[in-house]
Design a protein around this ligand. Sequence first.
Ligand code: IMP
Ligand code: MG
Length: 176
Amino acid sequence: MHEAIDRILVSEEVIGHRIDVLAGKIMEGGVDDLMIVVLLKGAMVFGADLFRRMPVRLDLECMNISSYHGGMKSSGEVKFLDVGMPDFLGKRVIVVDDIFDTGLTMEAVCGVIKGAGASSVESCVLLAKDKERGVEYTPDYVGFTIGDEFVVGYGLDYKGKYRNLPYVGVLREDVI
Ligand code: IMP
Ligand code: MG
């Protein structure tokens, strides 16, 4: 375990088994005109592990979205950092993110993709925080529900660091 980590919440092995299940469920929903949209940077690790378990014909796109701006809570503003947008017309889109927190990111991104002509838009998140939310939206596929605490690893960062840790963990308080 990395010295900055207080405890591991979800191990690499447990994450791997859960992604097998999630990939299977997504494919059961149909693989025609399937498009996976990975939200950068946080979902790059989860997304790569997820779509490699889906050996079907699909489109892969990334979108660069920012809402935490490196800190420890949502800024409340979802920024779309890309210049252009993928072509979503007629696609069954699965938006993949690392964590569902306030829900603002997913709600905004799914709304934009639906508005751009996707035939359907679903969401898949590795983690969802168990908390009260202002938004109505709920993700379609959830890996693990965790408490309302700040986590890093497996793509999730604190000030840009710790994304490379292979597990999801809680930072030691004196590191923050
Ligand atoms: P939401 O829009 O509040 O649901 O936030 C989603 C985004 O916030 C995620 O894509 C993450 O980038 C970031 N985020 C939320 N919670 C955490 C956390 O505990 N650690 C690191 N990033 C987080
Ligand atoms: Mg993110």
